[in-house]
Design a binder for this molecule. Structure first.
Ligand SMILES: [Zn+2]
Length: 243
């Protein structure tokens, strides 16, 4: 689940604002010091106003996620969601382009004063796993995902939710739109067809994007960044079973 990534991303870029650190401390009480070793006074763990800021940030991510979920986007059927993001980028004046494989790149300028910072690529995939319960009449080619909110939980009505990897798309969009963040130039790299063979990523051309720092938001474990990968491989094992 990539949702946990929103916290470190937001905090790293706002580390000079104590209120954001208070918010993180509240969520992660095991972190009782700032990065420079300064011990935090209990008063500094007061959730306000950092908590409300974080709630706003999370709500922005969820708002994007709900919009994305209205667009059918099974693997190999990502054109509509790519067009949606192109229009979204256009409303902000950010250039976008697609490569021959269908991968989408949106270029977001740095915030004031950060123009010289290295470009950071934020990567996720446009497609989702499309599975449904036997009784569901859902048509993945046409119907929006019906999201159900159940307290702090979010799930879909009879289908997969598509948080893998819609949360990454939503996080990228929210980071790009957050005018309060101090952030470097960003390239939102949204690849196609991850779920049925990684064909979008495999067909990426090296010159399609500029950044040399890439954050992949398709990890498995909340709060954990994967810093390297040797590649991907499918393995099929056949074994005779005797009962
Ligand atoms: Zn994924």
């Amino acid at each position: 689940m990539a949702a946990g990534v929103v916290k470190p991303l937001s905090v790293l870029d706002r580390a000079d604002h104590a209120c954001d650190w208070r918010c993180i401390m509240t969520n992660h009480p095991e972190m009782s010091t700032l990065p420079d070793g300064t011990a935090l006074h209990p008063e500094q763990l007061t959730p306000e106003p950092g908590e409300s800021m974080m709630k706003t940030a999370i709500q922005r991510v969820l708002d994007h996620f709900e919009q994305i979920s209205r667009i059918p986007r099974c693997s190999k059927n990502e054109a509509a969601v790519a067009r949606w993001f192109e229009r979204w980028a256009g409303t902000h004046g950010w250039p976008s382009r697609r490569d021959p494989a269908g991968n989408l790149l949106i270029t977001v300028p740095a915030s004031a004063g950060c123009e010289q910072a290295p470009v950071v690529v934020i990567q996720g995939h446009l497609d989702m796993v499309c599975e449904k319960s036997p009784e569901s009449a859902h048509d993945f080619a046409r119907d929006p995902i019906r999201i159900v909110r159940d307290g702090d939980w979010m799930h879909a009505d009879g289908t997969t939710l598509g948080a893998d990897n819609g949360v990454a798309l939503a996080l990228g969009a929210a980071i790009a739109e957050d005018s309060e963040l101090r952030r470097p130039p960003i390239e939102l790299l949204f690849t196609v067809d991850e779920e049925t063979g990684l064909t979008g990523a495999k067909r990426l051309s090296p010159g399609f994007f500029e950044g040399r720092l890439l954050i992949n938001l398709d990890s498995e474990t909340e709060g954990v960044f994967t810093v390297g990968c040797a590649g991907g491989r499918d393995v099929q094992i056949h074994r005779e079973l005797n009962f």
